[in-house]
Design a protein around this ligand. Structure first.
Ligand code: O7M
Length: 221
């Protein structure tokens, strides 16, 4: 995944035409499109290949099962044309290894959720977030998912993993995070959903966030 705008679109709409139109409109300003349950359950797995015309596709299925089931899920995801899959880390090293093995067979990437962005993310996941981050680095994952709503946590996780993994960070805009703060804290990409796909002009909204990232936290870059 090439780093240009440092932004990933979370395309959580449920209509095929709308999804394709938004992806096309914003493709200039995003480095990838994240597709998850809302869109795939509504339109089918084939949407992944259709969207891949506009950007690399990250399949957000937060895979969280035993190794064999994880393997079967990841095979379907990569057969469908996804460039990366997002998996949970809390299921343990063997479950993660199964995803990474399949990804490497297909030449694709795995992102591991270390900590989540919503208030409840602090309840159970945050206390083990750093342990999950270390495990993901040891297992050879490509990247981590860490919360844009808590840039200080992104910074702490970046300090633990160094440059070994990339960090993608959801929670910008609708959840309160500011894109340039999270990038300054050590994220490689921010993930943005509602602030783009619910805007009157998704393209303008994406352009503005990309410009804010480029300008930096104090507008001085
Ligand atoms: O910008 P939003 O809030 O509309 O969308 C954020 C997207 O990121 C949405 O698709 C969420 O499911 C996802 N997300 C979080 O918001 N928080 C997390 O901790 C993790 C994710 C995610 O993408 O996990 C892989």
């Amino acid at each position: 995944m090439e780093k240009k705008s440092c932004m990933i679109l979370a395309l959580d709409v449920s209509d095929r035409e709308e999804a394709l139109k938004i992806a096309e409109d914003v493709s200039e300003f995003v480095d990838a499109v994240k597709v998850g349950y809302p869109l795939v359950l509504a339109t089918g797995l084939g949407i992944i290949r259709e969207l891949s015309e506009f950007a690399p596709i990250i399949a957000d299925f937060k895979v969280a099962d035993i190794p064999n089931t994880n393997r079967l899920i990841c095979e379907q995801v990569f057969e469908a044309g996804a460039d990366a899959v997002i998996v949970q880390g809390f299921t343990g090293r063997d479950s993660l290894d199964a995803c990474i093995e399949v990804a490497s067979e297909y030449g694709k990437d795995v992102f591991v959720v270390s900590e989540m962005s919503h208030p409840g993310g602090a309840e159970f996941l945050q206390p083990v977030g750093e342990t999950i981050a270390r495990m993901a680095a040891q297992a050879g994952a490509f990247g981590l998912v860490a919360p844009a709503t808590r840039p200080e946590r992104v910074k702490a996780i970046r300090e633990i993993i160094g440059d070994k993994l990339t960090i993608i960070s959801p929670g910008v805009g609708a959840q309160g995070g500011k894109a340039s703060d999270v990038i300054a804290a050590g994220a490689d990409w921010v993930i943005v959903g509602r602030s783009i796909y619910r805007a009157d002009s998704p393209r303008e909204a994406a352009r503005e966030i990309a410009a804010e990232i480029e300008a930096g936290p104090n507008g001085e870059n």
